[in-house]
Design a protein. Structure first.
Length: 145
């Protein structure tokens, strides 16, 4: 990683300025647009931020290291998870449909893992499922006597 000292910042600015003009003529040159086949980096689509693409249920999970035997219960995480990414350039790791992940720990074992999308009407449509109709609360004002 480059050290962001004043000298390095000024060098970078000078290099950009020099690359933007024809040598010694002062004529501006537009930078070439990268070809669509050129590899691009999308940091929010790799590693820990990579979206989960399907709902899973797994049992008797392998454990690296050791889970304390006294640690019993469920670990749940609710957060964004994109479903059907149309344009990776517009994606951000905090945007997307909701997904709940859960792990059951018991007596030093990871018994199961499950994940499910939160079933909004948009998620149901994307998954090809029927849209559930919610029963909305009705508020009625009391009629004066």
């Amino acid at each position: 990683m480059t050290d962001h000292t004043r000298r390095n910042v000024l060098r970078g600015a000078a290099a950009i300025t020099a690359a933007g003009t024809l040598a010694g003529t002062g004529t501006a040159v537009r930078p070439a647009v990268a070809a669509p086949s050129a590899p691009r980096r999308f940091p929010f689509l790799k590693g820990a931020f990579e979206p989960v693409t399907e709902e899973l249920t797994a049992f008797d999970l392998p454990v690296t290291g050791r889970v304390p035997r006294a640690l019993n219960g469920r670990y749940l995480r609710n957060g964004p998870n994109v479903l059907g990414l149309e344009d990776p350039r517009a994606h951000h790791w905090m945007l997307g449909e909701g997904m709940v992940h859960g792990v059951r720990l018991r007596e030093g074992r990871a018994e199961w893992y499950r994940n499910r999308w939160v079933r909004s009407s948009q998620v149901a449509k994307k998954l090809g499922e029927p849209v559930r109709v919610r029963c909305r609360r009705t508020t009625s004002r009391a009629t004066p006597m």
